[in-house]
Design a protein around this ligand. Structure first.
Ligand SMILES: [Zn+2]
Length: 254
């Protein structure tokens, strides 16, 4: 048993990892043990780099990782993260306005319900331990109500929650998720690492903690950059002493 297993068991009370069905029901229940402001940190774009994933596991915090499908280590990282007691999401690629770096598979405007279902099924096979979904890019796709109305009932059927990454102010993804009865939430504090500089990311983390205190709960999103991991290492030990509870994002979706 390494340190990670200890951490995993420490957080297991809040986030049982198996069986999947039971776990989701358990997470839906309020957790009276934890009161006060809550902060969930989602780290996006995992899947390429095994070592970065290990560095995240080694932080020993209840972080949520969101894994891009069909990358070299997507499945492996998703499975290992679950074993280590972290929460896993599918980072679902969606069409961006500029679309400069499209993923090989992404949701596109005009896809039929059947096409969306086929795409989603394949992606979930690649990220099999996902308990929820958030959008990668998607500044065009998340503004497309018709496309979001094809997607959300599929998430509902699979008992997956949805977090709107809010890559555009014009997104309708969260509303459509709610409308379809999907447990959902949205990023409600600024991205952590638009500027990849440790000091800047520290400030964004402070903002996220302040956001959690002001709103009661905050969902922050960052990326597995070295600077982000360094800033997390420096700032997170202070979170609990300031009364901000770090939680999995599944605890904040409603
Ligand atoms: Zn992304």
């Amino acid at each position: 048993m390494g340190g990670c297993d200890k951490i995993a068991s420490k957080f297991r009370s809040k986030s049982k990892t198996q069986p999947a069905k039971k776990e989701r029901v358990a997470r839906r229940a309020p957790s009276p043990a934890v009161s006060g402001p809550k902060l969930a940190i989602v780290l996006d774009d995992l899947g390429n780099d095994r070592e970065t994933a290990e560095a995240i596991f080694a932080l020993h915090y209840p972080l949520t990782i969101s894994v891009l499908p069909y990358h070299a280590h997507s499945t492996e990282i998703a499975e290992e993260a679950q074993r280590r007691g972290l929460e896993v999401m599918l980072h679902l690629p969606m069409r961006a306005v500029a679309n400069e770096t499209p993923e090989a598979h992404q949701l596109e405007a005009g896809m039929s319900g059947e096409e969306v279902a086929r795409a989603l099924n394949g992606m979930l096979e690649s990220v099999p331990t996902a308990s929820g979904v958030n959008n990668h890019e998607g500044s065009l796709a998340t503004t497309d109500a018709k496309l979001m109305r094809e997607l959300m009932p599929l998430l509902k059927q699979r008992d997956l929650f949805f977090v709107d990454s809010r890559t555009t102010a014009a997104t309708v993804a969260f509303e459509e998720a709610e409308h379809a009865g999907v447990r959902s939430g949205f990023r409600n504090v600024p991205f952590l690492d638009d500027v990849q500089d440790v000091a800047a990311i520290r400030r964004q983390l402070e903002l996220a903690m302040r956001g959690a205190k002001e709103k009661g709960a905050a969902i922050a999103i960052g990326h597995p950059h070295a600077g982000t991991l360094q800033a997390l290492k420096e700032v997170l030990p202070r979170a609990e002493t300031e009364g901000v509870h770090l939680v999995f994002v599944s605890e904040l979706v409603k």
